[in-house]
Design a protein around this ligand. Structure first.
Ligand code: SF4
Length: 210
């Protein structure tokens, strides 16, 4: 099997997709959306290169309800991603795959389409800071949730037009820092920084600024 360059994995993820999920954040994104909250994932040489077989082993061991792949831009590494998703589908029927991409489907080449075809649900399109949305699991109004399989339709149909009062968000921390999981509404990160400063905390190296 090949290797996939990732920013990190998270478990349990409960704020991006239904149920308790494994999150895999790919490393490397050339799209440079203004206002991206994950600029730490842009550098294609950053993060860690992991064996796809190790990711499959992690997925199997955790027995999550579903898999969320985001980034970074997962479809910058379409061959390794395809291998990973193929193994996930083969080992875990009934568990859904939610794949985020900054590309529109019409922009994908054959290899990228082959990887994307293994997701039950795609969220597509650049993050557009000028186009806010309250739709769950989407960062801007132009982003589309595409239900590709019966499982995807069964599990996500109720969420396509769902606008929660507050977007689901999680925080996790480890030796490297504090991680936000979810899609915050516009202005939420600035407000968070303001609140932290009011508490006497000085966040540095935040991922939503260069
Ligand atoms: S929002 Fe997504 S597609 Fe856009 S720059 Fe950030 S990681 Fe890349």
């Amino acid at each position: 099997m090949s290797t996939l360059r990732i920013s990190r994995t998270h478990f349990p993820v409960t704020a991006l997709g239904p149920g308790t999920r494994l999150g895999v954040w790919a490393q490397g994104c050339p799209l440079a959306c203004r206002g991206c909250m994950s600029q730490d994932t842009w550098n294609p040489s950053g993060g860690t290169e992991v064996e796809v077989a190790d990711l499959v082993a992690l997925w199997t061991e955790l027995d999550a309800d579903g898999l969320t792949v985001s980034g970074g831009e997962p479809l910058q590494q379409p061959e390794a991603l395809r291998e990973f998703l193929l193994a996930v589908r083969e080992t875990s029927p009934g568990k859904d795959v939610l794949l985020y991409t900054g590309y529109e489907e019409s922009e994908l080449d054959e290899t990228q389409l082959a990887a994307a075809a293994l997701a039950d649900v795609l969220v597509t399109g650049r993050y557009d800071v000028t186009s806010p949305t309250s739709l769950i699991w989407r960062g801007s109004a132009n982003q589309r949730m595409v239900l590709r399989t019966d499982l995807g339709r069964r599990r996500y149909e109720q969420f396509v037009d769902h606008e929660p009062e507050h977007p689901p968000m999680q925080t996790r921390s480890d030796a490297d820092g504090v991680w936000l999981i979810g899609v915050p509404r516009r202005g939420a990160l600035t407000a968070l920084e303001r609140r932290l400063r009011a508490l006497g905390l000085r966040p540095e190296d935040v991922s939503w600024r260069p």
